[in-house]
Design a protein around this ligand. Structure first.
Ligand code: ADP
Ligand code: XUL
Length: 581
């Protein structure tokens, strides 16, 4: 292990102590009119931070919503900035294509680096009122009994990573001093638990009953089936596990220096929570693994303050005792970050996964079994459909023909909507929606060497799959809020507009999950202070589309896609059972 802490720790600590005198460390934020709210987003490929500045009108003199602006943004790519862990697109290499795990220690190290960047940002950090976070959903972190004491007693002079474990990945026994009872975390791209899904479903009754209870049938990536697999494969490791966190509650725990609870938005992605009571379902816990109830954090309402920033962060980085708000999943946070607070609105996120989601006032479960109902941070529900082969599939096609995003777009422009009936089923990896266990690209009337047609085919396939498989949500939309990394690409969004026959609007702030986290911090702090902020006030003026005109559907293309969507739906089952090229 590289003893970085021994080399740079004390100097680092001293530098921050000089920069931020003690007085500032303990300064109270009460009474300040410009408060700062930090949103963090621990996603598949990166950790991002946004700082939101909100002008408080403490005396209620103005009818205007409080003015909000973004004053800091920074991103840390796991592959690029933390190469020692050896991840590819944020995931550790595996010989089995159904296995997708990552390193919880890497996520913790990224958090430490992020606070280094925040500390030297020049912001008046004494005004930092609250911190909330967003995390990739479904992933789980397994902690040993040692974790409780280590998190409570983190020493500010020594980097976080050295106090939690070592960077040795894949060593089952792990370092004796590690806080992890399992050095790796299964993430949402994992599809290795079909057996466990069957066992859990069998114990409950059938898939429909399970979906009624938890909001989703058993899904391979969901945390419950993943926990069951770990318990079966490594009973000793399970016995040595004191606490199972999701990525969201793990990150919040590090910040608070104590085990943090889960919010219903993320907990509903586990196949363990009763969707209506928003508490653990004992039936589900029993069907999953022994002694599970004692190892899970409690579930609390989304706007809950779960602690204050631990001394480690305050003293190492010169920060005040900011409130830590329960973290949530990236999709629930994106719902807030795209301003979707009323039923009938829809967002499409084109990130590592492609997702379509929208608020629901009552849980309407998907009878086809592909969609999910989660808790929403607003206290209602949200429906979601998720494609695994999203941005990385588009990248595979881009790279196969040695293109960049500019030439990728040019090829979209040069090919006709409908692609003269050429089609692709872009299952580079096992797919979630529809469920495809044997990965491989399937092409219909499409020559593999035709770069331009393959570019159009991958994008059309993704948009048609999203449209066809989200019909269960029963929302007829005329505007789609587009977000995620690929939402910068107008030509991709044109296909989205044409397939859905809807206007597509982009957002002022591109990282809606991170913005949603910062806005949740603002809302929770207001709720805790008794200000009673409405969600409308929270999102007004910032979680709003850009003023440029929306991307409009082209009527001639709409007709083509109405026909093509039917053909795609007809061929899909054949493609699932058929072989790849
Ligand atoms: P996540 O939050 O899931 O980690 P992001 O929302 O940050 O992912 O999106 C990252 C993805 O955005 C990259 O994998 C990349 O493929 C995609 N992307 C970035 N720029 C473009 C572009 N100009 N056109 C299409 N896709 C893009
Ligand atoms: C949602 C899902 C993905 C991850 C990606 O169910 O699996 O969108 O949350 O971060």
């Amino acid at each position: 292990m590289v003893a970085w802490g021994t080399l740079i720790g004390p100097a680092f600590f001293l530098a921050f102590e000089l920069r931020f005198p003690r007085k500032q460390l303990v300064e109270h934020i009460t009474g300040l009119d410009m408060a700062l709210y930090l949103g963090l987003d621990s996603s598949t490929q990166s950790l991002t931070a946004l700082v939101l500045e909100v002008e408080h009108d403490e005396h209620g003199r103005s009818d205007e919503p409080p003015r909000k602006s973004l004053v800091f943004e920074h991103s840390i790519s796991f592959d690029e900035h933390l190469p020692l862990y050896g991840t590819r697109n944020g995931v550790l290499p595996s010989e089995d294509p159904s296995v997708a795990v990552s390193s919880p220690l890497m996520w913790a190290e990224a958090l430490d680096h992020m606070f280094e960047a925040i500390a030297v940002s020049g912001l008046d950090l004494s005004r930092l009122a609250a911190i909330a976070g967003s995390a990739q959903q479904h992933g789980s972190v397994y902690l040993s009994p040692r974790a409780t004491g280590v998190m409570a007693g983190l020493v500010p002079s020594c980097p976080l990573v050295e106090q939690l474990g070592t960077r040795t990945i894949g060593n089952k026994d792990g370092p004796t001093e590690s806080i992890f009872s399992r050095p790796v975390s299964p993430v949402w791209m994992d599809s290795s638990t079909i057996e466990e899904c069957r066992e859990i479903t069998g114990a409950i009754g059938d898939a429909a009953q399970l979906a009624q209870l938890t909001g989703s049938r058993a899904f391979e990536r969901f945390t419950g089936p993943q926990i069951r697999k770990f318990y079966k494969q490594d009973p000793e490791g399970w016995e040595a596990t004191d606490r199972v966190h999701m990525v969201s509650s793990f990150m919040a725990s590090l910040l608070a220096g104590a085990h943090a609870p889960l919010d219903p938005g993320d907990a509903s992605g586990m196949n363990l929570m009763d969707l209506r009571t928003r508490d653990w379902s004992l039936k589900m816990l029993e069907a999953t693994a022994p002694k599970l109830a004692a190892k899970l954090p409690p579930i609390v309402p989304s706007p809950t303050i779960v602690g204050t920033l631990a001394p480690y962060w305050r003293h190492r980085f010169g920060l005040p005792a900011a409130k830590i708000v329960a973290w949530s999943g990236d999709n629930p946070c994106s719902l807030v970050g795209t301003g979707l607070i009323r039923e009938g609105q829809i967002a499409v996120s084109l990130g590592t996964s492609d997702t379509l989601f929208g608020p629901m006032s009552e849980p309407r479960i998907d009878r086809t079994g592909t969609g999910h109902v989660f808790g929403s941070p607003t206290g209602d529900y949200m429906g979601l459909t998720c494609l695994l082969n999203g941005s990385l599939a588009r990248e595979q096609v881009r790279d196969a023909y040695s293109l960049d995003w500019k030439s990728f777009s040019e090829m979209l422009q040069a090919t006709p909507p409908g692609n003269n009936d050429s089609m692709m089923f872009p299952w580079f990896e096992p797919e979630i929606t529809p469920n495809v266990r044997t990965p491989g690209v399937r092409r219909v009337d499409l020559a593999a060497e035709d770069a331009a047609r393959n570019v159009r085919a991958v994008v059309e396939a993704q948009m048609m799959a999203l449209a066809n498989h989200s019909r269960w949500m029963g929302v007829d939309v005329d505007v789609i809020h587009a977000t995620g990394g690929a939402a910068v690409n107008t030509d991709i969004l044109q296909v989205l507009a044409d397939v859905f026959e809807a206007k597509v609007r982009r957002f002022k702030v591109a990282n809606s999950a991170c913005l949603g986290a910062a806005l949740r911090a603002y809302h929770a702090e207001g709720t805790a202070n008794g200000t009673g902020l409405s969600w409308k006030t929270v999102v007004d003026g910032i979680a709003v589309p850009v003023t440029e005109s929306p991307i409009m559907p082209k009527q001639s293309s709409v007709k083509t896609y109405t026909r093509l969507r039917r053909r795609y739906a007809k061929l899909e089952p054949l493609a699932i059972s058929g072989c790849s090229d």
